[in-house]
Design a protein around this ligand. Structure first.
Ligand code: ATP
Ligand code: MG
Length: 229
């Protein structure tokens, strides 16, 4: 079966100013993940974990090499096609939740479904939003604004928002980095449970050994290389 995600000899070099030396971050990285697999990406600060995640999520382009999502070479798509892939197939969770401050929990979760190219009918989106919000234990917070939530609750809203369009791939960059231990454990469990229920392939960048151990596969980013542990 075709892997959901395939990286083939992906390299990334940042060119900054003309007099500064180029920064070689990733060097010929290759690996594949199957649908519904879970993976942790670990490694020291500055090793290139976020760079790797952004390339996988089409937010950044590799300098050389190929990223295939569902068998499609991302470099062969135009900007509009890439935007559609990003909206339909990929969900993102960042260290900071990036929720809109003036919108309620329910409204924040529905935002990705408002895009012109959205796959969900409004009634389906609303039903799914309510179900997922309930699933992460936040039904009593449906009409709260982000400022009225705890950090852990905000991150659970961010998880629901990332999953609302039924993405095939969920990418999380340090999702528990700003949380206390108990909230981090709750969030980790939510990610694992939803991965099982939704069959979403999950990639988590984390410094937390606890969270990385919950993933089926572990990849270590070091000196430009990515090695499976
Ligand atoms: N836009 C950019 N231009 C130039 N260099 C960059 C750019 N983005 C990142 N870098 C450099 O690339 C390297 C990898 O950065 P990246 O953010 O991927 O690291 P990371 O592993 O996510 O680190 P952390 O654990 O601290 O989040 C760093 O040395 C960083 O300075
Ligand atoms: Mg990072």
């Amino acid at each position: 079966m075709e892997p959901l995600l395939q990286l083939q000899d992906v390299s990334k070099t940042y060119l900054t100013t003309s007099d500064a030396a180029p920064v070689h971050v990733l060097n010929a990285v290759s690996f594949s993940l199957a649908q519904a697999e879970t993976a942790a990406i670990v490694g020291p600060s500055g090793s290139g974990k976020s760079t790797l995640l952004n390339i996988i999520g089409t937010l950044d382009k590799p300098t050389t090499g190929i990223v295939r999502l569902d068998g499609r070479d991302m470099a062969k798509l135009n900007d509009q096609e890439v935007a559609v892939v990003r909206n339909h197939q990929i969900g993102f969770i960042f260290q900071a939740h990036h929720l809109l401050p003036h919108c309620s929990v329910l409204e924040n979760v529905l935002i990705p479904t408002l895009a012109k190219c959205s796959v969900l009918k409004p009634s389906t989106a609303l039903e799914r939003a309510r179900r997922l919000i309930d699933r992460v234990g936040l039904t009593s917070r449906l009409n709260h604004r982000p400022s009225q939530l705890s950090g852990g609750e905000r991150q659970r809203v961010a998880v629901v928002r990332a999953l609302i369009n039924r993405p095939k791939l969920l990418l999380a960059d340090e999702p528990t980095g700003a949380l206390d231990r108990a909230s981090a454990q709750t969030l980790a469990q939510v990610l694992v449970d939803l991965n099982r229920e939704e069959k979403t392939t999950l990639i988590v960048v984390t410094h937390s050994l606890e969270l990385s151990k919950l993933m089926a596969r572990q990849f270590d980013v070091c000196d430009g290389a990515v090695r499976e542990k």
